[in-house]
Design a protein. Structure first.
Length: 191
């Protein structure tokens, strides 16, 4: 028997569209994908909640906090603005390295002020499909390094061409947590 398109989230696209809140799909490594709902919006900082007590905090699509993972990202502080925050700056995205500091918690121990260096590269326009709807995006690659750990991540973002919204991304913030795929399924009505 043919299974309906479940969008990989344990629900059909119609079921996801019927959720009365903004939603974001999440996949952690090779685990099953699941749907989170917007639980709080505070000055561009969005908190997304999953049914299993996991929280994901984003700012303009950038993961800046987590709760309930093997190692949580508890804070992100930018020393220069994140280029993803302003689509108008995409033309300068290949300029010098951008620095931020992150705080990470594992088993009650917090490591604060870890320096992260990021360089960005605009890949170009790309059409992606989210729940059956085509989205015109700019694809941006980020190389993020934590030199103290000799670790790096290759993050990818698909930004809306008209508004400052990241529809889909693949992001890593530390070696203990597998890469996260984040995908806006139902857009929030907040900046």
């Amino acid at each position: 028997m043919h299974q309906p398109d479940r969008a990989g989230y344990g629900a059909t696209p119609d079921q996801i569209h019927q959720i009365p809140y903004a939603t974001m799909g999440v996949q952690l490594g090779d685990e099953l994908r699941f749907v989170t709902v917007l639980a709080n919006a505070d000055d561009g900082r969005l908190t997304w909640a999953a049914g299993d007590e996991k929280l994901f905090v984003t700012e303009r699509g950038r993961l800046v906090g987590t709760s309930g993972l093997d190692r949580d990202l508890t804070a992100t502080r930018w020393l220069r603005p994140d280029p993803l925050r302003d689509p108008g700056r995409l033309s300068d995205i290949s300029k010098p390295t951008v620095y931020r500091e992150v705080d990470l918690r594992i088993e009650g121990t917090v490591e604060t002020g870890l320096p992260v260096e990021s360089t960005f590269r605009m890949v170009g326009a790309e059409t992606i499909t989210v729940l059956g709807k085509k989205r015109q995006t700019f694809k941006v690659r980020e190389l993020a390094r934590i030199r103290k750990w000799r670790w790096e991540a290759r993050n990818v973002f698909w930004l809306e061409q008209q508004i400052p919204l990241v529809w889909r991304s693949f992001q890593s913030y530390c070696p203990e947590v597998r890469e996260l795929e984040l995908e806006i399924l139902k857009r929030p009505n907040v900046g």
